[in-house]
Write a protein that binds this ligand. Structure first.
Ligand SMILES: Nc1nc2c(c(=O)[nH]1)N[C@H]1C(S)=C(S)[C@@H](COP(=O)(O)O)O[C@H]1N2
Ligand SMILES: [Mo]
Length: 439
């Protein structure tokens, strides 16, 4: 897989050095225009330059560290492995190669990143001192929660939850819809700690008129226009009241990485990732479907009926995406692996099914002529992905493809070919396949 990179870190610094600082390291500038790094940002820069930085307090802001300026070829994302496939660095978008999704719990440094806008330095500055979560709209009593209140006033839960971008798999569509050309890796399954949105909404008291949520974060539209949201999606109240829909403040037991929504974000598992607002500041309870950025037009919407590839679809025939379809990936071996004829090896991966549970995973190495059923683990909790594995031996020398196909508990399974084309390329759940040579 080639890196489709549009802009590198040097360009980013050339363009707007201080914003680059904030994006790459979360560096905040004080009134003397010194960049000072704290906590995770400092640790990230330390690990990138390979040592602690004794004089970090003196580092000018907007100055790309020389160690990076000299050596960097690929864009580095704060706290992320450089094995991620970077599709864009403004806004930052990076997916995880399938073979690195082999852990049951996706590590923070491997978890994909999908940003529509960017967090400015001013926003970090302000939010780090004074973050609040507002709940308002169709509620009996509006709330403004501090982080302390959020963490102490509600029961905390820790859950493994899958989060997948609605456009995961977009690269498979033809004609190619615009947008990040995700292959299969805009998915992750972290262990999130947070509080239930249902508990917060119950505290505020839902009015009879409450039907939908609208989510806001402190990232900005890339144009810099403060009137425009980078993204503001929502979900029907019954999905928000699901006990697995949470406001998370920990990811795998640590602070959520800056690019994944520190200090708090929604996790609305099983639905298009866009519902899971990062850098969350407000949940607006509404008396109608939300109409924020990303809720209207072609974004995160799909045709109500099958359309021919390339068709234009009238606005009134588009509907908002909700649950994600059943899907699986092969995480071992990695594609292009070699094996020995006749010798058994383990093929394994993960499978998930939006709001539902996976019932079975089948694997083929003869282009679908025959299928074998893999062993499938139950989810550790609802809406987590599920591990599957099977021992296979390839009969003779040669080139094979291994295909994996999951079926959900409603009997729906993954198509072999790319399913219904749609204008923005959502919901591609076609079966994952890898190449293996027996030599
Ligand atoms: N505030 C905000 N929240 C956001 C986004 C964003 O651009 N801004 N992107 C959304 C989309 S489209 C996805 S797929 C998920 C991705 O979450 P991740 O970057 O932690 O993987 O975040 C969602 N939450
Ligand atoms: Mo997304």
């Amino acid at each position: 897989m080639s890196k489709r990179k549009e802009r590198g870190i040097c360009e980013l610094y050339a363009d707007d050095p201080e914003r680059a600082d904030a994006l790459v390291f979360g560096r905040v500038t004080d009134s003397n225009r010194r960049g000072f790094l704290r906590g995770a940002g400092l640790a990230a820069m330390g690990s990138v330059v390979g040592a602690t930085i004794p004089f970090h307090a003196n580092m000018p802001s907007g100055l790309i560290p020389a160690a990076l300026a000299e050596s960097i070829e690929d864009f580095e994302i704060q706290g992320k492995s450089d094995d991620l496939i970077v599709h864009n660095d403004r806004p930052i978008n990076a997916e995880t190669p399938a073979h690195l999704l082999d852990d049951d719990v996706t590590p923070n440094e491997l978890f994909f990143v999908r940003n529509n806008g960017a967090v400015t330095q001013q926003a970090w500055d302000q939010q780090m001192n004074d973050w609040r979560l507002t709940i308002d709209g169709e509620v009996e009593e509006s709330l403004e929660l501090t982080m302390e209140e959020l963490q102490n006033d509600f029961e905390q839960v820790t859950l493994r939850l899958q989060l997948e971008c609605g456009g995961n798999g977009r690269a498979g569509f033809n004609p190619s819809p615009r947008g990040n050309q995700w292959t299969v890796g805009a998915i992750g399954n972290a262990e999130w700690t947070g509080v239930r949105v249902a508990d917060i909404l119950q505290r505020a008291g839902l009015k009879q008129t409450a039907v939908y949520s609208g989510h806001y974060g402190f990232d900005e539209h890339l144009s810099g226009d403060p009137e425009r949201e980078a993204l503001s999606r929502g979900a029907p109240i019954n999905k928000m009241m699901d006990p697995h829909t949470i406001v998370a403040f920990k990811m795998n037991g640590e602070d959520i990485p800056a690019v994944n929504g520190f200090p708090a974000r929604l996790v609305v598992p099983g639905w298009a990732g866009s519902c899971s607002q990062k850098w969350l500041t407000r949940i607006w309870v509404r008396d109608r479907q939300h109409d924020g950025a990303g809720m209207t037009g072609l974004s995160y919407r799909v045709p109500r009926y099958p359309v021919a590839p390339g068709d234009e679809v009238p606005d009134e025939d588009m509907m908002v995406m909700e649950g994600m379809p059943v899907k699986s990936i092969i995480t071992n071996p990695r594609s292009d692996a070699e094996t020995t004829p006749g010798r058994a090896f383990e093929v394994r991966g993960q499978a998930w099914a939006g709001d539902d549970e996976v019932r079975a995973v089948h694997v083929s190495y003869d282009y679908g002529a025959t299928w074998r059923e893999a062993r499938l683990d139950p989810p550790p909790n609802r809406l987590s992905w599920q591990r599957w594995r099977i021992d296979l031996a390839l009969p003779t020398q040669g080139y094979y493809e291994i295909w994996a196909r999951a079926t959900d508990d409603k009997g729906r399974s993954q198509p072999m070919r790319v399913p219904g084309w749609n204008p923005r390329g959502y919901w591609n759940n076609s079966a994952h396949r890898i190449a293996v040579r027996a030599v």
